[in-house]
Design a protein around this ligand. Sequence first.
Ligand SMILES: CC(C)(COP(=O)(O)OP(=O)(O)OC[C@H]1O[C@@H](n2cnc3c(N)ncnc32)[C@H](O)[C@@H]1OP(=O)(O)O)[C@@H](O)C(=O)NCCC(=O)NCCS
Length: 235
Amino acid sequence: MLNQEPTRDRDFHIACVSDTMAAGLVARWATEADRTYAAGRPRSGASLLALAALRALLFAVTRRTDWIVARSPFGKPSVTPTGAQTGPSVSLSHTAGLIAVAVARGGEIGIDVERHRPRDFAALADQAFGPVEQQEVAAAGQEAFYRIWTVREAMAKATGDGLALVLNRYDLADGVASDRPNEREGWTLLHLLPEPGFSLGVAWSGGRSGVVPYRVDLGFLTGDRDNEDDALHLV
Ligand SMILES: CC(C)(COP(=O)(O)OP(=O)(O)OC[C@H]1O[C@@H](n2cnc3c(N)ncnc32)[C@H](O)[C@@H]1OP(=O)(O)O)[C@@H](O)C(=O)NCCC(=O)NCCS
């Protein structure tokens, strides 16, 4: 089911992985190169699980396993199949308890996941968000903060601009509705609550009308599930 040729309606796929799936995913999908890279990262366990999840999602979508992972000088990951010049756009994110990964057929994709916790939302919004976004946080607090924050981070990761874009104080994600794709000046922006207490933002630069994102349950690639018949979900 998942290995059909991508179509107009299959522009990008995302997956979320909790700690309970970590052992199965890492054992089956992480490579030596992933282990070496992750060992040098501050959150090495999460970095390794994210790479394993990314390889599993790439397999689910393309049926290939021969991915070479590289990073830009600013840390943006990219993947190419062995011997190829280009590959799909990818992104990954980790927060305590949850990993999120994304694969897009064209354009640039970014993903960000955050665990909700008490913070001074208004002060953070004042430092980073645009004026309309700040008003949304003043009115709706945590819900608006994490929605806007994760979508902004996802845009920053899609462009590779990192914190410079996250903190630029322009309105980027004001008015984004949750649980469905939002079209915005060439972007497709998505916000979900993937699990209670977590926010997920996705930004895809190949945006056009009618984009239908898919969420993949990776359980069938860890041995937790026998087959992939119900692994693919419309967002
Ligand atoms: C991208 C960034 C905003 C994400 O931060 P975060 O919310 O703390 O972390 P997340 O878990 O959501 O994402 C981390 C992943 O984002 C990816 N990433 C890192 N930098 C990235 C960038 N510039 N663009 C896209 N993705 C990036 C990596 O895959 C990283 O995973 P890893 O740590 O396992 O390698 C932040 O790391 C950042 O601003 N980095 C840029 C730093 C930079 O510009 N440095 C200049 C050094 S020359």
